[in-house]
Design a protein around this ligand. Structure first.
Ligand code: ZN
Length: 179
């Protein structure tokens, strides 16, 4: 997976999706695992270092519920509910050598999970508004339940990665040729 530039587009979503995927299928998630996930996505995400794994699992489930939606009106309601529950002050922030980007600024006393969910809600809101649809999904390949961000402009994305797409095509091809 490509490392995401902080403030890159779509804003923070690759990080969120990676985080939700880390908890998929009841996988055991360790603090060290979260740390390396956060490092792959740049400094902001390091705030999660202080979060407790069970709390993050709950947060990941909330985000997974949004990512499971392909009904744009319902998704918007779900994102608005998160924005209400985990408010932040959106700010334009410019990190060294980066373009200006929208960041969620949370109160000083807000914990890392509040920060995560307010950042997530803002990122999902901006992305939904920009694309006008639920531009995300869950992999259609058998034995894969990973979520993805759909950055495609043409047909909707079906697989989490080119690897899963190829795997499905190879299986279909074999079946077609009786092997
Ligand atoms: Zn997949």
């Amino acid at each position: 997976m490509d490392p995401e530039p902080v403030g890159g587009r779509p804003l923070g979503l690759y990080f969120l999706v990676d985080l939700v995927n880390a908890f998929q299928g009841g996988a055991e998630v360790t603090t060290a695992g979260l740390q390396s996930l956060a490092e792959r996505h740049g400094g902001q995400a390091l705030r999660l270092a202080d979060a407790r794994v069970p709390e993050l699992r709950e947060a990941a489930a909330l985000l997974g519920a949004v990512l499971d939606s392909d009904d744009v009106d319902r998704a918007a309601e779900a994102v608005n509910a998160l924005l209400d529950r985990y408010p932040s002050q959106p700010r334009l922030v410019r990190l060294p050598d980066r373009p200006w980007a929208v960041h969620a600024r949370t109160p000083q006393d807000a914990g890392p999970v509040h920060w995560l969910l307010s950042t997530a809600a803002l990122a999902l809101a901006l992305w939904l508004a920009e694309r006008g649809r639920c531009a995300w999904g869950r992999c259609a390949a058998p034995d894969c339940d990973r979520y993805f961000v759909d950055t495609g402009r043409r047909s909707p994305q079906r697989y989490c990665s080119p690897r899963c797409g190829t795997r499905v095509r190879v299986t279909a091809h074999r079946r077609q040729h009786g092997r």
